[in-house]
Design a protein around this ligand. Sequence first.
Ligand SMILES: Nc1ncnc2c1ncn2[C@@H]1O[C@H](COP(=O)(O)OP(=O)(O)OP(=O)(O)O)[C@@H](O)[C@H]1O
Ligand SMILES: [Mg+2]
Length: 1076
Amino acid sequence: MTLLEGSIGVEDLVLLEPLEEESMLKNLQLRYENKEIYTYIGNVLVSVNPYQQLPIYGPEFITKYQECTFYELKPHIYALANVAYQSLKFRDRDQCILITGESGAGKTEASKLVMSYVAAVCGKGEQVNSVKEQLLQSNPVLEAFGNAKTIRNNNSSRFGKYMDIEFDFKGSPLGGVITNYLLEKSRVVKQLKGERNFHIFYQLLAGADAQLLAALKLERDTGGYAYLNREVSRVDGMDDASNFKSVQSAMTVIGFSEEEIRWVLEVTALVLKLGNVKLSDEFQANGIPASGISDARGVREIGEMMGLDSKELERALCSRTMATAKEKVVTALNVVQAQYARDALAKNIYSRLFNWIVNRINESIKVGIGEKKKVMGVLDIYGFEILEDNSFEQFVINYCNEKLQQVFIELTLKEEQEEYKREGIPWKKVDYFDNGIICNLIEHNQRGILAMLDEECLRPGVVSDSTFLAKLNQLFSKHSHYESKVTQNAQRQYDHTMGLSCFRICHYAGKVTYNVNSFIDKNNDLLFRDLSQAMWKAKHPLLRSLFPEGDPKQASLKRPPTAGAQFKSSVAILMKNLYSKNPNYIRCIKPNEHQQRGQFSRELVATQARYLGLLENVRVRRAGYAFRQGYKPFLERYRLLSRSTWPRWNGGDREGVEKILGELSACTSEEVTFGKTKIFIKSPKTLFYLEEQRRLRIQQLATLIQKIYRGWRCRTHYQQMRKSQILISSWFRGTMQKKRYGKMKASVLLIQAFVRGWKARKDYRKYFRSGAALTLSSFIYKSLAQKFLLGLKNNLPSTSILDKKWPAAPYKCFTTANQELQRLYHQWKCLPLSFHISVSLPPFPALPPSSMIIASAPTHSQCKKFRDQLSPKQVEVLREKLCASELFKGKKAAYPPSVPVPFRGDYIGLRGNPKLQKLTGREEGPVLMAETVRKVNRGNGKTSSRILLLTKGHVILTDSKKSQAKTVIGLESVAGVSVTSFQDGLFCLHLSEISSVGSKGDFLLVSEHVVELLTKMYRAVLDTTQRQLPITVAEQFSVKFKESNVTVKVTQGPRGNGNGKLSCKKKGSHGLEVTV
Ligand SMILES: Nc1ncnc2c1ncn2[C@@H]1O[C@H](COP(=O)(O)OP(=O)(O)OP(=O)(O)O)[C@@H](O)[C@H]1O
Ligand SMILES: [Mg+2]
């Protein structure tokens, strides 16, 4: 705790010894001189203006004060702001921060520090930051338009400001509402010596670039403007130009559009220019004085900027229309009246512009309806003022300060002491000054000064400030806080400082003498209707909107409330608002009148301390209790500190609180007192002790909850994992077993099948014939082959040689055959048919299978083309083959092998053998056939070799060794031919009986080319004798040998292929058995 250790003086005046004014001032001075500007009186903060920048602000200090409790660090405005914010956030109590003190004491600076602290510690995020920025940026704008240099303060707030900052349940700012109180608008047209007009006028002239100045029709020199005090145009340490830039950017941040900023500056410029409107004396025709505008250019410029005809403006400034029920009367104003009208217009425009700015800011920062809000109000209102010449403004300002003092007295001194009484706590009354009587003097509804002023303003007849003063003198002649020349005279007091037109009020902060001059006017606050109507007619959108009453449709004859009444009601609303919130006080003290650092004027501070009631405050605080709270909420907050009350307490609230505090060593009977409904805690230390204990306990409980939660989470996680593991392994095992079972089942089935098959084969083996399988398989194979070939026949591809398509083999075993067939088919397609049958190209190429020829039978035209290509020789060969086919096809087994063999005719090389050629003798024509045959001997059946020549007319048989023909048989004598159906070459030439050779009988011959020989013979007989030679195919035939008939019976030998030797056996005289 810094409260005692190493502190300069005492940090909390409650600890002051001895408790006297002198020691208090000493303490404040000691601290001030050591740059300790803040001192506590319990939870009230006393702040002495340092008039210098101290290194005790900024983010570092904010963090420090955020993390510590109220008494842990040195007294600081941040500590107070922190307490207020924490109470708002965690105790859900709306707060208000009441900053009081006289002008220049540092109220505005304090309010900015509070706002910057709250902005730094409350929530973060894009949205929240933008709200914070808007709230913070409202300050420079309002200061520019509402603050001015006065003799007491270079940056004096000339308006009252109460700002509600609204937070959500998490303590993040949502927005706010600013309420402004009575701007000191008289400053617009007139300032005291050494004072300035509102900052914005100087900022505009210094900071606006040339282009903007030209657009606003302004000149940079402040000396050119009647409304700006020519003596003081600059303030030390204040850079108007750069402030102008800040104001512009602040307006943008708040949400003013570019157009709105332009309007605001235009209206501000208009006010400046109005001040320069020169009015001169004129006289009407009847000699009555009137006024006119001598500077036409200035009015024209104003008219242009307003969007109003300059004549209209002139009329509004220099004349006044009086409307009665029946008629309207226009009266001319004299110069003084016109000047008054001009100034009234300028003041009204400016004050309405200020209100418009406040409303526009409120529009930007307002919070949506329906959101649950906590509110922190910051009140920075003009401080108590005692000037040389105090007017209506000072009167209302001081009235407001009086009311604030009343709040302080009510809540800290009066209410507190009354509460002790109510709660039955032994209490020795502390005397204090109750300013209720002064408040009553001013605000009493029937008999207050404001009520009197209103009455005077509304009263018919001649009304003036002096009639008002007379009224006051009459009414308050005996009032202890009211004085005037009249009352003094009555009491025989002689005070030269009191003027005739003055009255004095003994305020809580001192006596203030007010001059009643223009009280009536200022209270009426009326603008001639001509002026408001003219402004409403202006085209400038903002200016026009500031004068809604100028709209003739809205014109009402009802008087608007007076300025005093308005102020009184807004102060009443403010008080109601403050009473509903938890107050936090900052009592600002001004150390000297010269705005000098390090100067501490005891007298000045003593006056302030006196009227602020600091000493009384300390006394009440010291005798009283720092903290009180109802038993129920106290129990609710601290019941976690005792095992008896946590987590459940079934007894009464008070008993519960007693139980808790009984267990805590720090809460001794001196520290804690039990009231009827509340618990009272003497020193803040005990409260902070309780809070600290609570914080530690919360940490313990949080750890406990965390522990239980973590345990629960781990347990459930483990159980989940276990369940999952069991599920996975059961599935895995199931799957494994299923697979194993499947394998075993398949194996068993296989074994079973084998065993059964083996058994069945064993049983059925006796029924199987040997070779059946072969038969079956060959049958199956054949049927497959048949199916394959038939299928092929039906699916033969086109005969185009380009088409290489070929159906795939249905079975693997046919693949080679299929490929071969494909190859053949393709070859066949490629070669002309003539090529296949050409005799001139032995060996004769294999013909395609008949099926193919059939399948791909040539078309009629193809046939014709083919026929036309044939040579006569080829035609002859084909004819011979055709004839052989007709004779032997399907009859003799030797025929099929003869088909592909070309008929050569000459098998003995006749052409190259002249000896053999002679055998033909005189025979004409070619030798059709020449070969070596074997002749069967008629007698013994033995065979002997002969050469057979066939010509067109004869068959010549000759011994191969002799050169002469042995037998010549004319073809006309060949009656017929017999052959066997076998493959052999045996044939019998049946001769007619009449022929010369026929007498010897028929010839039994064996030829190796029997088909060719007999075909040629048949054709020769046909050609020569026009007779068809009968060719008999039989296994048994009759042969005539000499005179007897012999039956030749031909059987096939075991070889039976015609190549084997032929054996003849005679069977008696009429039988011959031939085995071929
Ligand atoms: N905490 C502070 N640190 C440094 N300077 C300060 C501080 N408080 C006040 N001042 C100085 O004192 C001047 C006057 O303070 P401020 O404007 O806050 O007074 P005020 O009480 O608001 O007066 P008024 O009633 O006229 O508005 C400031 O401009 C500033 O220079
Ligand atoms: Mg101020």
